[in-house]
Design a protein around this ligand. Structure first.
Ligand SMILES: Cc1ncc(COP(=O)(O)O)c(C=O)c1O
Length: 387
């Protein structure tokens, strides 16, 4: 059987091997310190769960409109207006099966064979593969730890060719935690507008910022509002990764095109999860505030702990719950480093290679203070043993 060229061009997830190995170690009775998680370690808030139970009991268990219930879309519209100053009518919003589907659908409707898509590197692992699945070519724009992994608008401009169609932004960033401020977003917007680019603004970590404000490029530049699709969801902020509710908002024709694709692929996201997401967005926001406060404490702790460590360097994350650490002093490629760290010290982290940086690892602070503390002690020992 011959698989399509389309799928053959797609790389397997770089985290699969390490996840399988961690599972194997656990099965052998070893206690693995989990610093690899891409999801909050908190439970979904109780009122959100209760709303889902009520939905089931009331028989709210059938198809909804493909792009989501009117109530949820209205709540999303209010959310985007409230925390980002973005105005979207319900027909400019589509609810999706996670933010991942929103990005996938957008790329399918915005780019095609021959097009180039600019991706800031380090990048979230799925962007290049999603771009390839849309037939287009990902173009990596490398940033630098020396400038906080923030992009240089001039470099972006120079990277544009006649084929460049789209730019993907992710602020706060996975894996670096970098947050793009208003001034920089305005400069990027100027480049994107001048070059006629579409922007996909992945804001899935929008609420997880520590002492800085989250801005959306669609809000800071009126020019770009018409050429930007904003992606967000409830997965990270409400600890709802398994419920699979994300959304996109943008110009009506783009959203309607993405909806057509969804009509013929997955239809609506789960009706029950939509009710849960509605409860999350419209209910008491104290659980989010509590989680952000806890993440901020952990961020402060790891920054202080890593600053005292020899043989590594890192950039202080301003958002999300990751820290991207330079381990080049150890002289190992990131997947070898990670495999040895897991086998010899029982700590799970993610190799930087999947994010485009093979001399880095990503640690997640979606873990308890005790786990973080012990995990970082072991990191210090391992790094020390390599030098
Ligand atoms: C940058 C980024 N975008 C999108 C997603 C996908 O989110 P969801 O679980 O809502 O599909 C993730 C999840 O890890 C992410 O890190």
């Amino acid at each position: 059987m011959t698989l399509t060229e389309r799928i053959q061009a797609v790389q397997p997830s770089s985290t699969l091997r390490i996840t399988a190995l961690a599972r194997e170690l656990k099965a052998q009775g070893k206690k693995v310190i989990p610093l690899a998680a891409g999801e909050p370690d908190f439970d979904t808030p109780e009122p959100v769960k209760a709303a889902a139970v009520r939905a089931i009991q009331e028989g709210f268990t059938k198809y909804t409109p493909t792009t989501g219930t009117p109530e949820l879309k209205a709540a999303i519209s209010r959310t985007l207006a409230g925390d980002r100053g973005l105005t979207y009518r319900p027909e400019q919003i589509a609810v999706t099966c996670g933010a991942k589907q929103a990005i996938y659908n957008l790329l399918q409707v915005l780019v095609q064979e021959g097009d180039e898509v600019l991706i800031l590197s380090p990048y979230w692992v799925s962007y290049p593969e999603m771009v390839r699945l849309a037939g287009a070519t990902p173009v990596e724009i490398r940033t630098s730890p020396h400038s906080g992994f923030l992009p240089d608008p001039e470099v972006l401009s120079k990277a544009c060719t006649s084929r460049t169609k789209c730019l993907i932004l992710n602020s706060p960033s996975n894996p670096t935690g970098a947050v793009l401020d208003e001034k920089l977003l305005k400069e990027i917007a100027k480049v994107a507008a001048a070059r006629g680019l579409w922007v996909i603004s992945d804001e899935i970590y929008s609420q997880l910022v520590y002492g800085v404000k989250h801005y959306s490029i669609a809000a800071v530049s009126p020019d770009l509002y018409e050429r930007t699709a904003v992606v967000d969801g409830v997965s990270k902020a409400y600890s709802m990764t398994g419920w699979r509710i994300g959304y996109l908002a943008g110009p009506t024709d783009v959203v309607q095109a993405a909806a057509r694709l969804q009509d013929h692929s997955t239809s609506c996201p789960s009706s029950i999860s939509q009710r849960a997401a509605l409860a999350a967005l419209t209910g008491d926001q104290a659980p989010v505030k509590g989680m952000v406060e806890e993440f901020r404490k952990r961020r402060d702790f790891i920054v202080q702990r890593l600053s005292a460590m020899k043989g590594i360097s890192f950039v202080r994350p301003e958002g999300a719950f990751y820290c991207f650490i330079d381990i080049s002093s150890g002289g190992l490629p990131s997947d070898v480093f990670v495999e040895r760290f897991l086998k010899e010290f029982q700590v799970a982290v993610i190799p930087g290679a999947g994010f485009g940086w093979d001399t880095f690892i990503r640690i997640s602070f979606a873990a308890s203070m005790e786990e973080l503390s012990e995990g970082l002690n072991r990191l210090e020992q391992f790094i020390g043993s390599l030098r």
